[in-house]
Design a protein around this ligand. Structure first.
Ligand SMILES: [Zn+2]
Length: 213
């Protein structure tokens, strides 16, 4: 059970139309994670959405894509419908949207590689300590965003039922790499707030502490 604290952040990685079924670089089952992410969003004070945000001539685009690092079909081109969030994804108020991969010459799988904003500094400013990572795809942008979080000194948990990978082999490798890096695995069902837990158990939530003046 992960009881969410004000110092936690939910990172929603690249849940964009092109990565969902029917998109240009569709991840199988990518649409299945959207309802789980929607359930978690209201539990967090800090929600960050990353977006792949490529120029039309991005270095990762290939005419005959091999669907591996460095050889993708054109996807998430800035200003196109494929780069948008799906209409059924909840976008919380005050959320941060981080665009990455906007330099035509540089691949950027991690939200921590964004050039428009220093994500680690933004999180530290809000006194965030733990990151819960969800989204697409496990073997590329989820993997690298989680590793970027570890490198920046955050405690990182992967929400395992709320991610999907491009390919089974690279997804297995990614999960091993994450474990080696000290990333913990949790599930959407295990994430709750203290209030939600007390409702589920039929107990009254603890009243907020008051100070006698
Ligand atoms: Zn990309």
């Amino acid at each position: 059970m992960d009881v969410i604290r004000p110092t936690d952040a939910l990172i929603v990685v690249d849940v964009q139309n092109d990565f969902l079924p029917g998109g240009r670089l569709a991840v199988e089952g990518g649409d299945q994670i959207v309802p789980l992410i929607n359930l978690m969003i209201p539990l967090f004070d800090n929600v960050v959405y990353t977006r792949d945000w490529h120029p039309a001539d991005h270095v990762s685009f290939a005419d005959e894509p091999e669907y591996r690092d460095g050889s993708w079909p054109a996807h998430c081109v800035q200003g196109t419908a494929g780069a948008e969030f799906p209409p059924n994804l909840k976008i919380s108020r005050d959320a941060l949207v981080v665009d990455k991969g906007d330099d035509p010459a540089v691949e950027a799988y991690s939200g921590f590689q964004a050039t428009s904003l220093d994500l680690a500094a933004w999180l530290r400013e809000r006194e965030v300590e733990r990151l819960f990572i969800t989204g697409l795809a496990t073997d590329y942008c989820v993997l690298n965003t989680a590793l970027g979080g570890v490198a920046a000194g955050f405690e990182v948990a992967l929400v395992e039922d709320s991610v999907r990978g491009v390919a089974p082999e690279t997804t297995r490798e990614a999960m091993e790499e994450l474990r080696r890096a000290g990333v913990r695995v949790t599930t959407a069902a295990a994430i709750s707030t203290a209030v939600a837990v007390s409702v589920a158990t039929g107990e009254e939530p603890e009243p907020p502490a008051t100070s006698e003046e």
